[in-house]
Write a protein that binds this ligand. Sequence first.
Ligand code: HEM
Length: 492
Amino acid sequence: MWNLLGEELVMVVQNYYDIITILFLSIGLTYLASRAWKRATNMREDIPGRLGLPLIGETFSFLSATNSTRGCYDFVRLRRLWHGRWFKTRLFGKIHIFIPNPEGARTIFANDFDLFNKGYVKSMADAVGKKSLLCVPVENHKRIRRLLSEPFSMTSLSAFITKFDKMLCGRLQKLEEKGKSFKVLDFSMKMTFDAMCDMLMSITEDSLLRQIEKDCTAVSDAMLSFPVMIPGTRYYKGIMGRKRLMETFRDIIVRRRTGEESPGDFLQSMLQRDSFPDSEKLDDSEIMDNLLTLIIAGQTTTAAAMMWSVKFLHDNRDAQDILRDEQLSLAKIKPEGASLNHEDINNMLYGLKVVKETLRMSNVLLWFPRVALNDCTIEGYEIKKGWHVNIDATCIHYDSDLFKDPLKFNPQRFDEMQKPYSFIPFGSGPRTCLGMNMAKVTMLVFLHRLTSCYTWTLDDLDTCLEKKAHIPRLRSGCPITLKSISKSITEA
Ligand code: HEM
């Protein structure tokens, strides 16, 4: 029987020899042509990675990393090990690509709003408000951003620098006098919150500040929650918090309009535009949604960066010593008790490098998410409409081709110019962080007072990260005990 089959096969091959040859030739040629086409158009092979089941994909692995003390970036780190620098995954039913290099980042930043946009998330728009910079479409974004920007320019921040410095000096001194350990994270969260509410709306009363802070935290927690109004859920709490916040902001605006109070703060500078044409002013809901946005976008980010600066300087005594020398020489030439000003900040050259190195290594915002609005290619890889592309700032900041010895805290590396789009802690393009200058001066004032007035001990060396957090923060909160430098000198 096998013989018969073999003979039949030989006959088939003889009869259809031409067709079979043409078939094989065509397959071969098509393969070669497609390779050549891909090379000519710089199109790459498919992006590697695992999509898993529709809807679920790798969501459970992501949630498990988020819920661990290694932090959610561990999910990304592992997939890079398995699949290479470019990889795809499916999270919450959506395909995600993590963009690992400055060239890819440039493509997205340069085409923000045209080819890519932030994904619309209902819970976010409900919580922070539809007129928030984070949610409005491009035409409104341009106008709102232009009108919000001025108070955050370096020159306008002079008053903030002095006020923040005074507030900080008093609070650090009290903590040192108590002589007890305190968590830098709790301290920096409160400091940044109080300073921002003062700068934005001149709110200084502690009970009101604490109520607003509680409500802002609820809103922030609701931004990525499941949008159902069931009492007890994060979404419900966030929406109720938002309601209270809007009432508070409205009351303040009414008092300003009736002339009961008119301090020189951010809100007042917005209300002074009341008689301007529509294109040159913000309406009340735009003002209120963006007051909330600024607080939420500014508090946790800056506070986490402050905490990491303490940790990195503790672990790197050389950098701490150089920083202290710079800050002490600045303090020496200032009159006793004088507050810092804009010029002092400009003279903190090493301080600024410490801030940058802290931001490079801490990656407060790990990646910046966008959605592709059309089919397109990034770095030769095909991206389909609707895919999520995440600019992976962490991967870029830890790339040894861009930053030599990337795991080492080395502020001096910023003596050299960075390659475009390789240092992006504040993003880039039309959505660059609005509070970038404010964050930098806040950190510089903090580092000045910390290193020129105190030394500190780190009271918990645990390096685990907080669970369920999207901003990496030490689980311990970075507890330290301060020791005044002047007291140490007297004792010696
Ligand atoms: C160390 C502190 C901070 C870091 C690392 C940081 C980082 C960032 C980044 C990376 C973006 C762009 C995100 C993207 O492209 O998707 C951004 C946007 C933004 N940030 Fe910051 N930020 C910080 C502090 C602040 C502060 C203090 C404020 C306000 C007072 C602020 C307000 C904003 C706002 C309003 C946006 C949205 C801008 C827009 O969409 O046009 N940030 N921030």
